[in-house]
Design a protein around this ligand. Structure first.
Ligand code: BGC
Length: 801
């Protein structure tokens, strides 16, 4: 293989294919998005990759699926995704996403699993195992600390080491160690001063050396900054194509000695391994049963829904009951999110039609206009009218597409006024009002006390309509539990003061206090706690038993508990195990999830569940020794039905095998900076600096500071030439977008994404038509060097000719 051929393997052929080398008989393979369905581009994909894709099964999105807390279910969905990939000759599906839900505002939260790293890691591992058991590869993404969409391609996430390890990396770590994903996708952003795509510490030292990852690291689409530095750091494959530009840089670097060819060889080996694995696992005639996958999607949606409230046991409904179905979502379901994960569903169930299979006494009113947030009096009046004449009013509400998407963050967590007002008015005329929510992330519920029941459906995939009807009428007993906390209001979230941040840095000042780790410690009331979810039956917990009351931290501890279905109907319970460090020198969360299991029990049935806890279950990350450490002492094992509903507890004494280890004193006292419990989490920069352990990089963009290749289009738009260029790129993008029904959200998303697009990415975006030399010329113009700029531009033009 020539040097040029080797370099060519290090980047994509186009948007989703790897290059092959025909001379050597090396084939090209295809990657496609995920994560909740196959998004294989239809013939002739557009270069943004957001055009039409082939029809496939749209399963519930990650935030829904995580609420199932069901490893087996997630494995089965992974398997089904793998089957669809086999059928379409897709070698790797781009998912699951294992980023932590730091703030409910992150536009992409619907694609992520949880605020908790243990739950995230376990479920991501199950999905990867499911996918890979078909022979298809998975891509665990976005590694790492990609928790906001705002300026996602340039933002520098500033996270202290302990928080990084305990919160933002732990989910990836579990998934990598347990399920050995064939690929990992590195994120767009920087982590503590370095782009994730060229972060040696992350990609080589932690991922490969510490966690034993043996697969291939690819970039997120356009995440490559300096190609050669990326290679040296452990980034194997740049996606998508750089149109030869970066391949040439690799060749040059080897020739001038700045890149050791053995580094390139190692990468080439990994690329070839991925290609030949794919070739070996190819099953060209593979067929799957579309109907079966649809049925699975319906089961998955039903298992994922969370019954948040059910006052007076209004649910389940009796067959034949007279219902008023209200809300445009009942006819036009919101069932997935926008962006690269958007699937073209092969079928779509409407809740109204599915409810009609349970009762013929059914009326419908639209309730709100899908295209407007403002309440429409005539629609509300019509809704109230049918609600008055029905035994039960079921309102389908939540977040419209334009409220949450890849590419931008939410600004608040309110539902549209048109939805809130509808709920308020309908619940005033019908005391038996049920709200069914469609949303990818938490919302405020100002009407919560006025309604009898709330079913959180999340974005439940193509069969969400049927699943909703099955739950409302008791065909399926709800068993989902929240994988994230629903706070009373946005201001209550620990990241509220620090999210989103920018323009340069995002300081993770709340540290380890993410989600329930914060709410519990701060003793702050929430709307619905982490792990919460109701059932139509009840469960009793008893007989907690530990294998020993005293263990060394290198020994396993077995914990057993009896769970009994004490109600009248069969149902599943998610049993949650949390560990609480009773007394510690270093600040720690009140408790942390370290085990969970989902069991299905017939009425009266009892089962014994066993958990195994190891050193990690009791440890915190000690930055002094750069390792996990357990402080000797008492730990409580708490088992319950949610983080706020602990049913049984027992204490174990854990003895450290490294008692001599110093507990970081500065960081220990930093606990006082968090000052918990307190009403508002405020960590000033001095305190954060102490926790971070070094100087904080500046977040400011200085007046007159020169623009660079990593300045965003939104930044350079402030200048005369930058504005012209921005408009040019924007118009081109708009004209490429398909005139789809959901074109509006695609336009919003593309606009926002372009604002945050660094200039360096224009090369990819223009399919190589705007060259690096042209961009250099443009930069000179933008930086007010017109003569040099024009000279550079004309040279670039000549080069082209
Ligand atoms: C997203 C990835 C996705 C990739 C390919 C990127 O913009 O961040 O999650 O897999 O595009 O579509």
């Amino acid at each position: 293989m020539t040097l040029e051929e080797k370099a060519s393997l290090c980047s994509g052929l186009d948007m989703f294919r790897l290059k092959g080398i025909p001379r050597l008989g090396i084939p090209s393979i295809l990657l496609s998005d995920g994560p909740h369905g196959l998004r294989k581009p239809a013939a002739d994909p557009d270069h943004l990759g957001i055009g039409q894709s082939i029809p496939s099964t749209c399963f519930p999105t990650a935030s829904a699926m995580a609420s199932s807390w069901d490893r087996n279910l997630v494995y089965e969905i992974g398997y089904a995704l793998g089957e669809e990939c086999l059928h379409e000759d897709v070698a790797v599906i781009l998912g699951p996403g294992a980023n932590i839900k730091r703030s409910p505002l992150c536009g992409r939260n619907f694609e992520y699993l949880s605020e908790d790293p243990f739950l995230t890691g376990e479920l991501a591992a199950s999905m990867i195992e499911g996918i890979q058991s078909t022979g298809v590869g998975a891509s665990l993404k976005h590694f790492a600390v990609n928790n906001q969409e705002y300026r996602r391609m340039t933002i520098d996430a500033i996270v202290d080491e302990r928080t990084l390890r305990e919160i933002y990396l732990a989910g990836f770590e579990i998934a990598v160690k347990q399920s050995k994903p064939r690929t990992v996708m590195c994120s767009y952003n920087m982590v503590n001063g370095e782009y994730a795509s060229e972060n040696k510490r992350l990609l080589t030292e932690i991922l490969r050396k510490e966690w034993g990852f043996e697969g291939l690291v690819m970039t997120d689409w356009g995440a490559c900054n300096d190609r050669v530095e990326g290679l040296k750091a452990g980034q194997d494959l740049e996606m998508p194509s750089s149109f030869g530009v970066n391949d040439a840089k690799i060749v040059r670097a080897v020739k001038d000695g700045t890149l050791d060819e053995t580094v390139l060889d190692q990468t080439v080996e990994r690329v070839l391994e991925l290609i030949y694995d794919a070739v070996e696992n190819r099953l060209p005639d593979y067929c799957y049963e579309k109907r079966t996958h649809h049925v699975m999607a319906r089961q998955a949606a039903a298992e994922s829904m969370v019954l948040l409230k059910n006052e007076g046991g209004l649910l389940p409904l009796k067959k034949g009951v007279k219902i008023a179905v209200i809300g445009a979502f009942a006819m036009h379901p919101r069932y997935q999110g926008s962006g690269s994960s958007q699937v073209n569903p092969c079928r779509l169930e409407k809740a109204y039609c599915e409810l009609a299979t349970y009762t013929s006494e059914i009326a419908f009113a639209r309730g709100y206009d899908l295209k407007s947030d403002m309440p429409a009096e005539e629609l509300v009046t019509e809704a109230c009218k049918i609600a008055l004449g029905a035994e039960v009013a079921i309102i389908f509400a939540g977040l419209p597409d334009s409220y949450e998407s890849e590419g931008f963050d939410r600004e608040h967590i309110r539902m549209p006024d048109s939805h809130n007002e509808l709920i308020r008015r309908v619940s005033a005329v019908n005391p038996s009002t049920i709200v069914v929510l469609a949303n990818g992330a938490p919302v405020e519920m100002p009407w919560i006390d006025n309604v009898k029941a709330v079913l959180e459906g999340y974005l439940g995939g193509q069969a969400v309509g049927g699943a909703t009807a099955d739950i409302l009428f008791g065909m399926v007993n709800p068993s989902g539990k929240l994988a994230e906390t629903f706070a009373l209001q946005l201001e209550d979230y620990p990241s509220a003061n620090y999210f989103p941040a920018g323009p340069r840095t995002a300081e993770y000042r709340e540290g380890i206090y993410v989600g329930y780790r914060y709410f519990d410690r701060a003793k702050k009331a929430v709307l619905f706690p982490f792990g919460h979810g109701l059932s139509y039956t009840s469960f009793e917990y008893s007989d907690i038993e530990l294998s020993s009351s005293r263990v060394k931290d290198d020994e396993d501890l077995k914990v057993g508990v009896l769970v009994k279905n004490t109600g009248d109907v069969a149902g599943a319970e998610v049993v949650q195990l949390y560990v609480r460090d009773v007394e510690s020198t270093i600040f720690r969360p009140e408790k942390e999830l370290k085990g969970f299991d989902k069991v299905f029990l017939q009425p009266g049935e009892v089962t014994r569940i066993e958990f195994t806890l190891d050193r990690r279950s009791f440890a915190y990350y000690n930055v002094e020794i750069a390792d996990w450490h357990v402080e000797s002492g008492a730990f409580e094992i708490l088992i319950g039905s949610s983080s706020a509903d602990i049913r049984v507890r027992e204490t174990v004494y854990v003895e450290s095998t490294r008692p001599e280890v110093p507990v970081p004193d500065l960081r220990a006292t930093a606990g006082t900076y968090y000052n918990l419990p307190s009403d508002d989490l405020v960590v000033d920069s001095e305190a954060f600096k102490a926790i971070y352990g070094k100087e904080l990089p500046s977040n400011l963009m200085l007046e007159g500071e020169p623009y660079t290749i990593n300045s965003t289009l939104g930044d350079v738009k402030e200048t005369f030439f930058g504005r012209i260029f921005f408009e040019m790129v924007h118009n081109t993008a708009r004209n490429t977008l398909p005139e789809a029904e959901d074109g509006q959200i695609q336009k919003i998303m593309t606009g926002k994404m372009l604002e945050d697009l660094p200039l360096r990415n224009v090369l990819i975006f223009s399919e190589g038509k705007i060259s690096e030399q042209t961009l250099e010329g443009l930069l000179l113009l933008i930086n007010r060097k017109p003569v040099q700029g024009l000279v550079r531009l004309s040279k670039a033009l000549m080069l082209k000719v």
